[in-house]
Design a protein around this ligand. Structure first.
Ligand code: SF4
Length: 224
């Protein structure tokens, strides 16, 4: 195992011991997961839950149903998630694209790289959303990077200051076994740290489960 792999392994164990299983993604099936992934952009999960509840109450948690629903109706239902005009249009476009592609069962047959490409072609789906969908809806071993992961990685010098999404993803992907369960938990655990400890200002390092890793542990030219 390389030094970086050892560190990531130790980080995972520390997080796991601190927080236990995260059981992500909080959704009842892949359709609800994907809908939630679109709605969660730029808002809190609490707001997403309200929008999902509205869709559920109206039997609209399937892509076939969303594709058949007038935009104005969708807008009213997902309003709690914010940016409701943009999100309802994106959700409807995505639902139509999935229905036209033959549904999730058909997309499931695509290799991961092709499926990622297909997802990234859909309006409003960037790398983080696409990779979340790949990992949590399609159970593909793809490591999801988000702002929390970038911040934590840069503060600990696992990542260079200039590292972007692709470089951060490479760091985790190349130094961890490509296991869906591991990637699922690791991402969810890093979100816990980002939300509760590694804030943009005044990080709570003193009581953070990663405080033992707070000094640059990777020396020399090890950042990607
Ligand atoms: S120890 Fe500090 S810098 Fe490291 S993850 Fe925790 S809060 Fe962030």
């Amino acid at each position: 195992m390389t030094e970086v792999a050892n560190i990531l392994n130790a980080v995972y164990n520390a997080l796991s011991a601190a927080f236990g299983p995260q059981n992500w993604w909080p959704a009842d099936g892949p359709e609800e997961m994907i809908i939630g992934a679109v709605l969660t952009q730029n808002t809190t999960w609490k707001n997403v839950e309200k929008a999902l509840a509205n869709l559920r109450d109206n039997n609209l948690l399937t892509f076939a149903a969303i594709a058949d629903t007038p935009l104005a109706e969708l807008e009213a239902l997902i309003r709690p998630s914010g940016y409701f005009r943009q999100k309802s249009q994106r959700l409807k476009d995505l639902a139509e694209a999935i229905v036209n592609a033959g549904g999730l069962a058909k997309l499931e047959n695509l290799a991961t790289a092709k499926l990622r490409k297909w997802l990234l072609k859909q309006k409003g789906i960037g790398p983080e959303t696409a990779d979340s969908i790949l990992l949590y809806a399609f159970a593909r071993p793809v490591f999801v990077i988000d702002a929390y992961t970038l911040r934590i990685g840069k503060r600990h010098k696992w990542l260079a200051e200039s590292a972007d999404y692709a470089k951060a993803q490479k760091l985790f992907s190349q130094n961890l076994p490509a296991e869906v369960r591991l990637f699922n938990e690791f991402h969810a655990l890093l979100v816990q740290i980002g939300k509760n400890f590694c804030r943009p200002r005044n990080p709570r390092c003193c009581d953070c489960p990663l405080s033992q890793f707070s000094r640059p542990l990777i020396t020399g030219k090890t950042s990607l």
